[in-house]
Design a protein around this ligand. Structure first.
Ligand code: CMC
Length: 426
């Protein structure tokens, strides 16, 4: 609790003393729960001034460009950790010991297969379906396989659900890709790392041996870490909201995937690479910068700006380094990287972008890396979804452990008709 106090006074004489909650870091939050009991609401479209919960998982300082998971800076985690170690940290609050890490990895490996019936779901989709549409469908379908026996009020069941989701998402994501190109699904290879196994399921075929390239494995591991969690963004708060009714967690994750798909959120990586391709060469950048500034043109510079970061997105910094590393190791001279770097340079010195604190975000460089690895553009957001699943499920677990089930039920300012008589049509 903070030493600060708050009082709300209305011109009709009503007054409310409001509590202030203080986190270990970051802004204070005025507790307005008393208002609804007194027939008043707060009005906050986009929930820009609303903290929907208390959380110990992730801290973001948008002004300074800081991102911490359980206190550890994202840069350190991305440089030094394995994705499953970060997953453990997010889920359980502390880094694992070596023994805990080995046991956790083994547990995840035990659940990488999906039920054979799941593979039949894929055949109901058109081959040219967007993989995110398929991912929404098949991840939601998992609910049909884990429902009756799952007691969400039991902590062990919740932990098992987290493991299942973590283990099966790469399998499902790779199946989305294989189905789209008409290749057979590849079973997971549990001798491989989490990132290596994903690459294997994506690119191996039954016809010849496949060796995981360690440079690509490292890059994918980093991309997964950089997308693992980002506190109460649209998809995470969607998962929390969906889960607050006690809904099946696999169905809640499907809701999160749906929310992530939009171009203002996870879909930005796909939109960003399409934009870089459309710009095509450095000499066309000024034209696109002008379009981005034109209020009458809906075009925005994709991969720029963030609701919370008003500084360089710390994930984008690591992504930028990784992008250079991958292209160098693969010996790829990608003209899109040249366009991206020049676009970044121009935007960062342009008054419009400076005044609005518009910096590159995580999606600005991730698409170039994924493309160099050979991952098709339509799969970019699927990869974001598989990496973010651990964030969603960590928040889901935290919600149960700390608040229990309290259904999310926002209110509204009604602006429609006042009551009127209904007259029957002749
Ligand atoms: N290009 C040009 N202008 C922009 C951009 C952009 N990318 N982003 C914001 N602006 C302008 C906007 O027009 C507005 O100008 P004005 O004040 O003159 O009306 C001002 O900046 C504030 O914009 P806003 O839409 O009120 O800001 P927001 O916090 O609601 O939106 C955002 C954040 C991420 C949706 C937005 O910056 C955007 O659309 N960016 C492009 C999409 C993108 O890259 N999204 C990925 C986000 S990071 C991945 C993730 O975490 O999901």
């Amino acid at each position: 609790m903070s030493d600060l106090t708050a009082k709300l006074s209305l011109s009709d004489g009503r007054e409310f003393d409001l509590e202030i909650h203080k986190g270990t870091l970051g802004y204070d939050a005025v507790d307005v729960q008393v208002l609804s009991k007194n027939h008043l609401f707060t009005y906050d479209p986009g929930l820009m001034s609303t903290a929907m919960c208390k959380s110990e998982i992730t801290y973001i300082d948008g002004d300074q460009g800081v991102l911490l998971h359980r206190g550890y800076p994202i840069h350190d985690l991305a440089q030094n950790a394995d994705y499953l170690e970060v997953a453990y940290l997010l889920l359980y609050g502390e880094r694992p010991t070596k023994e805990q890490r080995d046991a956790f990895n083994k547990q995840v490996r035990n659940h990488t297969l999906v039920h054979e019936q799941i593979s039949r779901f894929f055949h109901g989709f058109r081959r040219d379906s967007h993989p995110m549409a398929v991912m929404c469908g098949v991840s939601g379908a998992l609910a049909a396989f884990y429902h009756e026996a799952l007691d969400i009020h039991n902590e062990e069941d919740r932990d098992l659900t987290a493991i299942r989701l973590l283990a099966k998402m790469p399998t499902l994501a790779a199946m989305c890709y294989k189905y789209s190109i008409g290749h057979p699904f590849m079973f997971p290879q549990n001798r491989l790392s989490y990132a290596g196994n994903f690459l294997y399921m994506m690119f191996a075929t039954p016809c010849e041996p496949y060796e995981v390239n360690p440079v690509l494995e490292k890059a994918v591991n980093r991309i997964f870490i950089l997308h693992a969690d980002h506190e109460q963004n649209a998809s995470t708060s969607t998962v929390r909201t969906a889960a607050s009714s006690g809904a099946n967690p696999f169905a809640c994750i499907a809701a999160g995937i749906a929310s992530l798909w939009g171009p203002a959120h996870g879909g930005a990586n796909e939109a960003c690479i399409k934009m870089l391709e459309e710009i095509g060469s450095v000499d066309r950048i000024p034209e696109f910068i002008e379009r981005a500034k034109d209020k009458n043109d809906p075009f925005r510079l994709m991969g720029f700006g963030h609701r919370v970061y008003k500084n360089y997105d710390p994930r984008a910094k690591v992504m930028r380094e990784t992008c250079h590393e991958v292209l160098q190791e693969l010996g790829i001279n990608n003209p899109l990287l040249e366009v991206a770097m020049e676009l970044e340079r121009i935007a960062l010195t342009d008054q419009y972008f400076i005044e609005r604190n518009l910096y590159p975000n995580v999606d600005f460089y991730s698409g170039i890396i994924l493309k160099a690895i050979g991952i098709p553009v339509s799969m970019f957001t699927v990869i974001f979804a598989l990496a973010r699943t651990v964030g969603w499920i960590s928040h889901w677990k935290e919600m149960y452990n700390t608040m229990g089930l309290k259904i999310v039920r926002p209110r509204q300012v009604y602006t429609g008709h006042t009551e009127r008589a209904f007259e029957k049509l002749d």
